[in-house]
Design a protein around this ligand. Structure first.
Ligand SMILES: Cc1cc2nc3c(=O)[nH]c(=O)nc-3n(C[C@H](O)[C@H](O)[C@H](O)COP(=O)(O)OP(=O)(O)OC[C@H]3O[C@@H](n4cnc5c(N)ncnc54)[C@H](O)[C@@H]3O)c2cc1C
Length: 288
């Protein structure tokens, strides 16, 4: 852990903060942002804003409907925190049973959430410029990080990847902060591994970046791991999305293999993560 620097405290996060509890929240806002994603704003009586750090997630108890009966809680990254003490925001892809049931929850109803869970991104006060490479729902996970970085005066390069321009959610990601934004798409080939490799290397060559964060695409993660070998002074962190059940480190359903300087370890994404150094991720699971 790094000591806080006056004036930049908001950028220095404690890892694995221990304050997990169940909170009953009221639905303050719930609306579609496009045809796949919904925005959910919850209000609790507890001070969730000061408890919750960028990169952390909550387990959401999705409601049941007449035909949708989600059993397990669903992990969701925190998309926004505050400014009111009890306010917490999520941005989610309406994907399967749980999120379809969740999408029916009306404003004014209540739901339970458990958290905050997991560790946080390492955003250090000494950083001058960071890069975020976001795709899909990864933007929800990294959006609070951008807010903290901007508040701390850290410059931001954002590479945003999407299937097509209509899927990008640029405004939802930036939420009013200033960043140098580069948009790449599957529809015109600019998000191909080869094209993204050229773009990211050019950006790293033009200006030093202290760290690259990513979330939302295994392909992008593997590309960054490959690129960062050639940039030893730029760190890398990824928020991993892994199917999980309890979210608290007990059931072990979310373990993945990591390689810490040659030391192969199975780690729980929910507990030791979800944020890991990019260089530690093992692409293909190896046994023996
Ligand atoms: C740490 C973390 C943060 C996440 N943050 C977000 C976010 O901010 N926004 C968002 O849209 N999605 C996020 N996800 C993915 C989200 O949890 C799944 O989309 C969601 O659980 C799907 O549930 P479902 O019932 O709709 O789908 P179903 O396929 O019906 O789910 C069946 C089971 O598989 C699990 N599951 C399915 N897909 C995933 C997945 N991709 N990751 C983990 N578990 C999964 C479900 O939790 C459930 O237990 C996150 C996942 C993790 C692990």
């Amino acid at each position: 852990m790094h000591p806080p620097v006056p004036g930049a405290e908001s950028a220095c996060f404690q890892r694995n903060a221990q304050s997990v509890a169940s909170y009953r929240c009221e639905v303050a806002e719930h609306r579609w942002v496009n045809d796949r994603y919904k925005y959910l704003k919850l209000s609790a009586t507890a001070d969730l804003a000061s408890l919750t750090k960028p990169g952390q997630f909550y387990q959401l108890k999705c409601p049941t409907t007449s035909d949708l009966k989600p059993f397990l809680l669903r992990p969701m990254s925190v998309y926004g925190i505050g400014p009111e003490e009890g306010t917490i925001e999520f941005l989610y892809n309406v994907a399967g049973v749980g999120t379809h049931a969740l999408a029916h929850l009306p404003v004014g109803d209540h739901m339970d959430i458990v958290g905050p869970l997991g560790n946080t991104f390492a955003l250090e006060p000494s950083f001058r410029r960071i890069m975020v490479v976001a795709r899909g729902v990864g933007l929800a996970t990294m959006a609070p990080l951008l807010q903290h970085a901007a508040k701390a005066g850290i410059k931001i390069t954002a590479v945003m990847s999407a299937r097509a321009p209509r899927d990008l959610m640029r405004d939802e990601f930036l939420r009013g902060i200033e960043a140098e934004v580069h948009c790449i798409y599957d529809s015109d080939g600019s998000s191909s591994v080869e094209a993204a490799d050229v773009l990211i290397r050019r950006l790293l060559d033009e200006e030093h970046h202290d760290i690259i964060y990513t979330c939302g695409s295994h392909r992008v993660l593997m590309l960054l791991q490959h690129i960062l070998v050639d940039y030893p002074h730029t760190r890398g962190e990824v928020a991993m999305e892994q199917r999980m059940a309890c979210g608290m480190g007990v059931c072990l359903s979310c373990v993945r293999l990591f390689d810490r300087d040659g030391d192969k370890q199975f780690l729980r994404v929910c507990r030791e993560g979800p944020v890991f150094p990019i260089c530690d991720v093992v692409g293909e699971v190896e046994f023996g």
